[in-house]
Design a binder for this molecule. Structure first.
Ligand code: G3P
Length: 231
């Protein structure tokens, strides 16, 4: 499962990317508004950091406007993915942009047939929002399972399931088990993925015990050992 970071914050992207586990970035108008500054410059900066798909969302509500914005955004970097909402106009724009070879991420998906129709329109990614379904007491993970199953039934569609609106590591476990191709989540969730009290206490214990070893300089020991071996 690919990991995308769901943020427009440059510091978070730079830090997360340095961990070597981030395959791409997704943004949306709310995330961009939170950061302020120039949108296009921000998209460009993100594309300079991340060697992978970077979703940038259109805001026009009609297909022609989305197509125009999408074509322009795609000029910012060849790894920009144009994000459009799952509306009739969004579907028309998806078809037009994907026919031109521009990858489209169709967003705000809340039911399986929306995912199927977006795939038929040529979407490169479908973004079901599972956290927002959970928020209204509906099973968001089940939606991911259904979409994965439907897409598996029709492999010629070629659309990747991008599980979005992820709120915590348990969501990630569940969508990985369901077979989502990609998940996008905030930096906070990335940090939670590696944070386990038993890892931390185990690491502290190893260090404490290592301090009792008389010659505990590993690099120095290896260098001396190599020298002795090569003599
Ligand atoms: O970027 C789309 C999605 O991940 C938003 O998540 O937390 O605002 O529901 P959230």
């Amino acid at each position: 499962m690919k990991f995308f970071l769901d943020t427009a914050n440059i510091d978070e992207i730079r830090e997360a990317y340095s961990w070597g586990v981030i395959d791409g970035v997704t943004t949306n108008p709310s995330l961009v508004a939170r950061e302020g500054g120039d949108f296009v410059e921000r998209v460009h900066q993100i594309c300079e950091i991340v060697e992978g798909p970077v979703s940038a969302e259109t805001v026009s509500q009609d297909a022609q406007g989305m197509i125009k914005e999408g074509r322009l955004l795609a000029k910012v970097s060849d790894h920009v993915v144009v994000k459009v909402p799952l509306t009739v106009e969004g579907l028309k724009a998806t078809r037009a942009l994907s026919d031109e070879g521009i990858d489209v991420n169709v967003t705000l998906c809340f039911q399986p047939m929306q995912a199927l129709i977006a795939a038929k329109a040529g979407a490169a990614y479908i973004s079901p929002f599972l956290g927002r379904l959970d928020d209204i007491s509906t099973d968001g993970v089940h939606l991911i399972e259904q979409i994965v199953q439907i897409y598996d039934n029709y492999p010629e569609l070629g659309t990747e399931v991008l599980a979005a609106s992820i709120r915590h590591p348990m969501h990630l476990t569940q969508v990985a088990l369901a077979g989502a191709d990609v998940s996008t989540f905030p930096f906070k969730v990335l940090r939670q993925l590696v944070n386990h009290p038993l890892t931390n206490s185990g690491n502290a214990r190893f260090l404490k015990d290592w301090e009792t070893v008389p010659d505990n300089d590993i690099a120095g020991q290896v260098q001396r050992w190599l020298k002795a071996r090569d003599n």
